[in-house]
Design a binder for this molecule. Structure first.
Ligand code: MRU
Length: 368
């Protein structure tokens, strides 16, 4: 996707002049600084990658999967032996618990690397991480094309001529949360590029404001009409027929179609259900946990620092950034970062294989 007209991905790697796998580095867009500053950060060790994932310099389920794959390659630069490789995988797996893409990517790296002799592992690790990265882009492009057809059909049902389709989204499930294109935003970009009239209601997504800071920024960069709303506004807008579709991403989806996503998603699904607004989740198959059947009880929910609730960062009128504490002294805060929307509230799931009912994931991926 483009930033000020220049193509970017969220993560990439660079080999030195002599294609030296030992000194290759990874670069990321530091998402903690957006929308106030655009900075590329160099990641040159396993420790730096674990920190980038934990502090959410990289974030979003598909992107942290790719970041973890590159983290494995960085780890092997120091030592490609079994003990170090397994220790690296453990550190990456412990960095964030909810998005299953991270586990999927680490397991795929181990499956590729463990059978190899240590000296052959480093170049294989870079090749495998690169393959995971490239495949993720293809998956998200396919989600965009399937979702585009869905948006076209919703417009044709609604349109008596020239009407705008209003889509509500939560958190950031755009290209910043993936390598390119996005999950929930991929169909929106495809629709906008196809000349369809779409407008996006962007939930600010407290406490970290991924909607206000990231989704609004990337939609703006691409010229997609959007309006940022408070997290509590969606239900009211749905009651007044101002939302035609809710479209979110996901961090972990069970084989039965329960959707784990950013905290607050469940409340949007309840409001959508009560107002007969279709609720869709868009995700690549790397986000499906085929071992899980009961999202509410099985999906691990990350508990983040209470500081994320207490502290708000923004730009002062003078242009400087400032962080302020909005809580009374002595008040406690808590920050469960994800929730689970049961399959019964989900109209459909958009994957690289197409659009299906939540209960049809097994069939569409031909799993038993
Ligand atoms: O805590 P974050 O910012 O990593 O959470 C991200 C989300 O919940 C996204 O909605 C999700 O990963 C969708 S992925 C494109």
């Amino acid at each position: 996707m483009k930033i000020n007209g220049k193509n970017f991905r969220t993560i990439w790697h660079t080999f030195g002049a002599e294609s030296d796998a030992k000194n290759a580095i990874v670069e990321i867009i530091d998402q903690t600084l957006l929308p106030h500053a655009f900075e590329v950060k160099c990641i040159s060790s396993l420790e730096a990658m674990v920190t980038a994932i934990k502090t959410m310099q990289v974030r979003g389920a598909p992107l942290i999967g790719v970041a973890a794959a590159y983290g494995m390659a960085l780890a092997l630069q120091r030592d490609a032996g079994d003990a170090h490789m397994l220790q690296a995988s453990k550190e990456l797996l412990a960095s964030r618990p909810t998005a299953v893409n991270l586990r999927w990517a680490v397991e795929r790296m181990l499956a590729r690397l463990q059978p190899l002799a240590a000296p052959a592992r480093l170049s294989a690790a870079w090749a495998e991480a690169t393959a995971i990265c490239e495949e993720e882009v293809v998956l998200n492009q396919a989600i965009g094309q399937h979702g585009l057809k869905l948006i076209q059909s919703l417009i044709s049902i609604k349109a008596t001529g020239g009407q705008i389709l209003n889509i509500l989204t939560h958190c950031n499930a755009g290209w910043l949360a993936t390598v390119d294109w996005g999950t929930a935003l991929a169909p929106i970009y495809a629709a906008h590029d196809a000349g369809l009239a779409v407008h996006v209601w962007v939930d600010e997504t407290r406490p970290r404001n991924q909607g206000a800071s990231l989704t609004a920024w990337e939609l703006g960069q691409h010229g997609v009409p959007h309006t940022v709303i408070t997290d509590n506004a969606g239900g009211h807008l749905m009651q007044h027929s101002k939302v035609d579709m809710v479209l979110v991403g996901a961090d972990r989806v069970t084989r039965t179609g329960d959707v784990g996503n950013k905290i607050g998603t469940y409340l949007k699904a309840l409001a959508a259900f009560d107002n007969q607004v279709p609720f869709y989740a868009a995700l690549p198959s790397t986000t499906i946990d085929w071992a899980m059947t009961d999202g509410l009880h099985e999906i691990p929910i990350e508990e983040r620092s209470a500081d994320e609730v207490a502290l708000v960062t923004g730009r002062l009128a003078t242009g400087e950034l400032a962080t302020v504490n909005i809580l009374p002294a002595g008040s406690k805060a808590a920050s469960p970062a994800f929730d689970v929307t049961p399959a019964r509230l989900v109209t459909g799931i958009i994957t690289e294989r197409g659009v299906c009912a939540p209960g049809q994931l097994l069939a569409i991926f031909e799993k038993t």
